[in-house]
Design a protein. Sequence first.
Length: 351
Amino acid sequence: MTYALDSGIDTVTFQPLGSDKTMTWKASLSANYTDGMLILHKGQIVYETYSGCLNERGKHAAMSMTKSLTGLLAEILVVEGKLDPAAKVDTIIPELKNSAFGSATVRQVMDMTTSLKYSEDYADPNADIWVYSKAASPFPKPSGDKGPNGYFEYLQTLKKDTINHGEVFGYKTVNSDTLGWIISKVTGKDMTSLLSERIWMKMGAEQDGYMTVDAKGVPFAGGGISAGLRDMGRIGQLMLNGGKINGQQLFSNKVVENIQAGGDKKAFAAAGYKTLEGGSYHSMWWVMHNQHGAFAARGVHGQTIYVDPTAEMVIVRFSSFPSAANSKIDPTSLPAYQAVAKYLLNKDSEK
């Protein structure tokens, strides 16, 4: 990666959602507890900063941005004809026949429109997410514990809700782990190995990435990756370039076109995401459907890869925002991203 640093970005101003006051780009970084921020424009690094415990040699938890890489691998397999998105999950994973996932299609898993009796409310100590997290723990279970051990055992316990599959978007990490299992069944490789072979080893990564696993060594396809800021920037650049990086076409441009097209807006709207109105979710990427055709990988506490094709811009943020919900950060981040995109486009037009 080459540098063309632009100090003017710090003084870019924008108006946060729901506010009548303006804020500078630089002020937004501290407001959002930013640990690392990278902006690429036309393949060059125009902005890079680190704070807190993170530096350019460090790695940061990507959290649910991992989901987007899982979805990317699945979409690659779909385009290559190795995975049928219309197939029922139980035809690929017989172990899930009696679970909620058995009757869902692969596409419904990829777009998180499965019908599940499952709560991912991190603020509720009795929510299903904590039972799931206990099953996923790599540490030995307490003596006498009778709960599921590992991701795959837990997924088999989930029951269907009353609505039909495909009707409503529901952001539930268990879909990503089911998709990771689907990927491993179809390819004979776990997600970590496939991600390494298809993307990480070929994109010019400067650091190893790491992924957490459960007690049985199954990778956490829903949120387990830790990586360096610039390497996540390479993922964003790969998506911006339609699967091409460093002169190599790692996967078909059709993969990115499919993701950018987005998912079912009606199903997404039913979920009530106020800061993402008009958006959708497809192959585990958040699609904004704004004027710039932006789409993003997002993770709790503020992790983001934001791709803006119109501005030829990629933004990567690592953050430690106290609240898990990105809806708390979006008002001072989404308009900030759009303001930087406009700034870069204006500079291009002046040349």
